[in-house]
Design a protein around this ligand. Structure first.
Ligand code: ACO
Length: 435
C-alpha cells in the first residue's frame, strides 16, 4: 500500500504560539487527506467528526467511490462493466485478490468456495432455538456468529492460507445459513446446497426447492440474483464494513466480526432500506397520494424520510441504482409482469422527487435500494429476506476488507476519541443527602 506525500497543512492554535505542520497524503484517486496522527502530540487537541464524514479510517485498495460523479470501482473496474460482463464469483475473486482471475485461477477459486457450502449438521439445531417469526437478520447474526464456535481454536490469522479458508467458508456458508433462516420461517425442511449449480442459482434453489418435487432454477432469475450480489458486494468504508474492521482490529474471530457487520447492516438507514422502501410504497398506496407524502417528507417534524433516497457519499445518482432500475424492468418483462403497481408508484415518486427543490438542493438521488426491493419482490422473495440477501452479497466485501486490514502492517486497534460534555468530577452523595 502506498500513499505519496503531497505538501502539508499548518495548524495554529489561536491565542497560543503552538502550531504544527501536518503532512498531506495523496492516494491513487480521490481527495488528498491530512495526516493528523501527530495533532494531539503537537497541539494537545483532537479532531471532532461525528459520523466520520470527513475522516479516512484506513488505507484501502479495494473499492473507490466518487460520490459527486456517481462512480463506483471495484479494484479499479467500473461497476457497470462488472455488472454487464462478470459474475459474482469472479467479482469475489477480484475483491479478495486485487485483480481479475485467469481461467485456471477462476476454476480453482470457484472450487474453493463451492467446497464449503454445507454447514456442520449441528448448526441445524440452532434454528430450533429461534421463534418461527424471528426476523431472519436476527437468525443471521446468531448463526453466523456461532460459526466461530466451530472454527475458532484452529484459526491462525497470521497464516494467509487460513485467512483464505475462513473467507471461503464465510462466502460459501452465508447463503446456506440465509436460506435455512427462510425455510425455518416457512416451516419447510432445510434444503442442502447443490454444488453443481452456480452461486446465485444454488442460493435460489436452497430458498425455493422442496424435497417433495423437482425444482428448476430460472436462468433469468439466477442472472438477476447474481447481478444483485455483484452490485452489493462492496462499498468501501460504510457502516457495516467499518464495524467489521473495528471488531477485527481487536483480533476477534472473523466469523464473529462478520456477525457484527450483519448487525450493523440490519438498520433501516443502511441495509434495511430496501425493506423500508417497499413498506413506504405500500403505505403510499396510490400515485394520487404522492404529493401528500412528499409534503410529509419535507416537514422536518414528521420524522418521515423518502426511503431509498439519499446517501452519505453519493451526491449524484448512485450508479448501482441505474443498473438496478434497468434490471428491474428486465426481470418484470421476463416474468411477464406487465403492470406492477409498485414499480409504477416508484417511478412516479422518483420523478416527483427529482423535480422537487427539497431533494434537488440537498442532492438526494435514488440509491440502490430504491429498486432492489421491487426486483426481489417480483422474484417472490419476502420483504423480511431483503436485508439478508444484501448480507449474502456483502460478506465478500467484509471479508476482503477484514483481510486487507489484518495484512496492513500499520493496523492497530480501532479506538475513536470523544469530546466529553458530561459533568466534571464530583463527589458521591449518600442517598439520604440527594433531596
Ligand atoms: N428523505 C428526506 N430527507 C432526507 C433524506 C431522505 N431520504 N436523506 C437525507 N435527507 C435530508 C436530511 O434531513 C438533511 O436535511 P437538512 O440539511 O435540511 O437537515 C439533508 O438531507 C442531508 O442529509 P443527512 O442526514 O446529512 O445525510 P446523511 O449522509 O447523514 O444520511 C442516509 C444518509 C442515512 C442514507 C439518509 O439519506 C437516509 O436516511 N436515507 C434514507 C434511507 C436509505 O435509503 N438508506 C440506504 C442508504 S444506501 C445503502 O445503505 C445501501
Amino acid at each position: 500500500m502506498a500513499t505519496t506525500p503531497n505538501g502539508s497543512v499548518t495548524f495554529t492554535l489561536d491565542g497560543t504560539n503552538r502550531s504544527t505542520k501536518l503532512p498531506v497524503l495523496k492516494g491513487a484517486i480521490g481527495p488528498d487527506v491530512v495526516d493528523i496522527r501527530k495533532l494531539y502530540a503537537d497541539l494537545g487537541v483532537f479532531t471532532f467528526d461525528p459520523g466520520y464524514g470527513e475522516t479516512a479510517s484506513c488505507e484501502s485498495q479495494i473499492t473507490y467511490i466518487d460520490g459527486d460523479e456517481g462512480v463506483l470501482l471495484y479494484r479499479g473496474y467500473p461497476i457497470e462493466q462488472l455488472a454487464e460482463n462478470s459474475d459474482f464469483i469472479e467479482v469475489c475473486y477480484l475483491l479478495m485478490n486485487g485483480d481479475l482471475p485467469n481461467a485456471a485461477q477462476l476454476k480453482e477459486f470457484r472450487k474453493g468456495v463451492t467446497y464449503h457450502t454445507m454447514v456442520h449438521e449441528q448448526i441445524r439445531r440452532f434454528y430450533d432455538g429461534f421463534r418461527r417469526d424471528a426476523h431472519p437478520m436476527a437468525i443471521m447474526c446468531g448463526v453466523v456468529g456461532a460459526l466461530a464456535a466451530f472454527y475458532h481454536d484452529n484459526i491462525d490469522m497470521s497464516d494467509a492460507r487460513q485467512r483464505e479458508i475462513a473467507a471461503f467458508r464465510l462466502i460459501a456458508k452465508v447463503p446456506t445459513i440465509a436460506a435455512m433462516a427462510y425455510k425455518y420461517s416457512l416451516g419447510q425442511p432445510f434444503v442442502y446446497p447443490r454444488n453443481d449449480l452456480d452461486y446465485a442459482a444454488n442460493f435460489l434453489y436452497m430458498l425455493n426447492a422442496v424435497p417433495a418435487e423437482p425444482y428448476q432454477v430460472s436462468p433469468v432469475l439466477a442472472k438477476a440474483m447474481d447481478r444483485i450480489l455483484v452490485l452489493h458486494a462492496d462499498h468501501e468504508q460504510n457502516a457495516s464494513t467499518s464495524t467489521v474492521r473495528l471488531a477485527g482490529s481487536t483480533g476477534a474471530n472473523p466469523f464473529a466480526c462478520i456477525a457484527a457487520g450483519i448487525a450493523a447492516l440490519w438498520g433501516p438507514a443502511h441495509g434495511g432500506a430496501n425493506e423500508a422502501v417497499l413498506k413506504m410504497l405500500g403505505e403510499i398506496g396510490h400515485v394520487d397520494n404522492i404529493p401528500g407524502f412528499i409534503e410529509k417528507v419535507k416537514d422536518k417534524n414528521s420524522g418521515v424520510k423518502l426511503m431509498g433516497f439519499g446517501h452519505r457519499v453519493y451526491k449524484n445518482f448512485d450508479p448501482r441504482a441505474k443498473i438496478m432500475q434497468q434490471s428491474c424492468h428486465e426481470v418484470l418483462a421476463e416474468l411477464g409482469i406487465k403492470d406492477e403497481p409498485l414499480l409504477d408508484l416508484a417511478m412516479a415518486l422518483e420523478k416527483v422527487a427529482l423535480e422537487d427543490d427539497y431533494f434537488v438542493s440537498r442532492k438526494l438521488y435514488p440509491n440502490v435500494d430504491f429498486y432492489s426491493g421491487i426486483i426481489l419482490k417480483a422474484m417472490g422473495i419476502p420483504t423480511s429476506m431483503f436485508t439478508v440477501i444484501f448480507a449474502v452479497a456483502r460478506t465478500v466485501g467484509w471479508v476482503s476488507q477484514w483481510k486487507e486490514m489484518i495484512e496492513d502492517p500499520t493496523q492497530r486497534i480501532g479506538r475513536p476519541r470523544q469530546i466529553y460534555t458530561g459533568p466534571s468530577q464530583r463527589d458521591y452523595r449518600a442517598l439520604n443527602a440527594r433531596g
